[in-house]
Design a protein around this ligand. Structure first.
Ligand SMILES: C[S@@+](CC[C@H](N)C(=O)[O-])C[C@H]1O[C@@H](n2cnc3c(N)ncnc32)[C@H](O)[C@@H]1O
Length: 212
């Protein structure tokens, strides 16, 4: 089975649906240089999960221009769910905020600007879903903060979990080993039960156990 064929076939099916696509979202932005966002398949999975779980509080680590943020906020809006998202690049953060306003989701999103390593240490509260999508070299370092901030039975979604087996461009090669270690760390973490889903570039879905 060819992974690219599988991915292309799945993407072609999503094109038939009337939803916000990554292409539409990014087409009229003035910022052209940004770290890639999730693809349409991952955005569809995040929306579906939000419809099922109905989280009141979602935390996203790594906003970029806000495609995943807006996708989640639109899904959470009908039941009053709010998204807090963290980004340290001022240029993309400004574009993301503009996109939140244009998409009518600004009142559901709080954008925290700064380094997530510092922000997470100071952040309090309890999140029903945490979407981890920052620099992959930070995933393991940030796991203790994610566990502290995750509600009992909450879900931690970690993007790009299949980096170790994808044919990545050279610029992403330094992210492969950190993802491999992080995947193994998640599997060893007693407070979490995890499954790696072949959605997008791989989505690790972890549930914080009731006892934790
Ligand atoms: C993969 S992108 C996020 C994509 C976004 N979640 C989406 O799918 O639309 C990762 C983002 O994390 C940001 N980032 C990287 N290191 C960071 C840090 N230490 N603190 C805050 N943001 C960081 C990058 O600037 C980049 O925009």
């Amino acid at each position: 089975m060819n992974f690219d064929d599988v991915s292309n076939y799945i993407q072609s099916l999503y094109k038939q649906k009337e939803v916000l696509t990554q292409k539409e979202y990014t087409s009229d932005m003035h910022v052209k240089e940004y770290i890639p966002t999730v693809d349409d398949e991952s955005a569809a999975f995040l929306r579906l999960l939000i419809h099922l779980v109905k989280p009141k509080h979602i935390l996203e680590i790594g906003t970029s221009v806000g495609f995943s943020t807006v996708s989640m906020a639109l899904a959470a809006k009908p039941f009053g769910g709010k998204v807090t998202t963290i980004e340290f690049d001022e240029t993309v953060a400004a574009q993301a905020q503009e996109n939140f306003e244009k998409s009518g989701t600004a009142d559901s999103i709080t954008l925290l600007r700064g380094d997530t390593v510092e922000i997470l240490q100071q952040l309090h509260g309890s999140y029903d879903i945490i979407f981890q999508d920052v620099d992959k070299r930070l995933y393991s370092l940030l796991l203790p903060s994610c566990l502290r901030l995750l509600a009992s039975c909450g879900l931690l979604l970690s993007d790009d979990a299949l980096f170790p087996i994808l044919n990545l461009a050279k610029r992403w090669e330094n992210q492969i080993a950190p993802v491999r270690s992080y995947n193994e760390l998640l599997m060893r973490t007693p407070e979490l039960e995890s499954v790696l889903l072949p959605v997008g570039d791989g989505l690790m879905l972890s549930r914080k156990t009731e006892a934790a």
